[in-house]
Design a protein around this ligand. Structure first.
Ligand code: NAP
Length: 265
């Protein structure tokens, strides 16, 4: 599978994150990765790694086994129309990371010429730490494995029902922005209580990483670990309760649901 050739059609924010993650792990050789967009000069920084860059989508997919479509939803139909007669049944898999476009709609455009997957990674793919939710309809043995192999290189993967793909977009892909905003607020607080920005960032980043790794390794609910930090009548519980009085959890949940309602439209 590491000899599979990959093309990323519409290499913008998420496409570049995927390419950088693949380059970092060095499992798929750079020469087997092709990235496209119309303004190709925007990808010039990838050239030095040996990634193939082009603006011709049809040329880009010619030798590819895995074709990742990473354009915005309003561009996907025209890109699929452009590619459909050039897809190679039996040899290629098409993976859309475009949000909100169902497999049935993609199949309707490409006449089901190749198996279609949807995948929802996040931008931490660039450092090999994405979580990618994958869904598919009926596939042959080995096809899902090929897709998982690719996304496992840039983080972890899980297979979900397509019904949950929009939820996965909010929780996993948009979710990183919520976490980053939380981190920013922590840093701002850290500066107010005495640290310079760089030191505050270093403390907060490691604290957030440690919290996540604690939960991942111990398989615990956050509140179980929070109980270990909150001394009765202590400073942590006073701070946490003040945050809750000001709507901390409620605000986060409401924001997440607002994002979900937006994507559902
Ligand atoms: N950003 C994320 O964190 C993230 C995570 C998961 C999923 N997604 C989904 O991925 C999709 C792309 O998001 P994004 O943030 O990466 O958007 P983006 O930065 O705008 O990237 C899309 C790219 O597609 C290119 N493009 C448009 N039409 C094209 C065409 N005909 N041929 C080749 N390239 C074309 C654009 O470049 P040119 O204008 O130069 O062609 C652009 O760079 C969205 O549906 C989004 O929901 C995003």
């Amino acid at each position: 599978m590491k000899n599979n050739r990959v093309s990323i059609i519409g290499c913008g924010n998420i496409g570049i994150s995927i390419v950088l993650g693949l380059l970092k792990q060095q499992i798929i050789p750079a020469k087997n990765i092709t990235a496209t967009r119309r303004n190709i000069e925007e990808l010039a920084h990838l050239k030095e790694y040996g990634v193939r860059l082009m603006s011709d989508n049809i040329e880009a997919i010619k030798e590819s086994h895995l074709i990742i479509i990473a354009v915005k939803p309003y561009n996907i139909i025209s890109v699929l129309e452009e590619l459909k007669d050039h897809l190679n049944p039996g040899k290629q898999l098409l993976i859309s990371v475009t949000a909100g476009v169902p497999i049935s709609k993609i199949n309707a455009v490409i006449n089901s010429r190749v198996p279609v997957f949807r995948a929802m990674p996040n931008i931490s793919a660039s450092v090999g730490k994405s979580v990618t939710c994958i869904c598919h309809n009926e596939v042959k043995p080995g096809e899902l494995e090929s897709v998982k192999f690719l996304f496992d290189i840039i983080g972890s993967t899980m297979t979900i029902d397509e019904d949950l793909m929009e939820s996965a977009t909010i929780l996993g892909s948009c979710g990183i922005a919520y976490v980053l905003r939380f981190i920013r607020a922590m840093i701002q607080g850290g500066i107010q209580i005495g640290f310079d920005a760089a030191t505050a960032s270093a403390i907060v980043n490691q604290t957030v990483k440690g919290a996540a790794e604690l939960l991942i390794e111990r398989h615990q609910h956050p509140e179980f670990e929070i109980d270990k930090v909150t001394t009765p009548k202590g400073c942590t519980i006073v701070g946490l309760n003040e945050m809750e009085h000001n709507g901390f959890s409620s605000s986060l949940i409401k924001g997440l649901v607002a994002s979900f309602e937006k994507i559902e439209k």
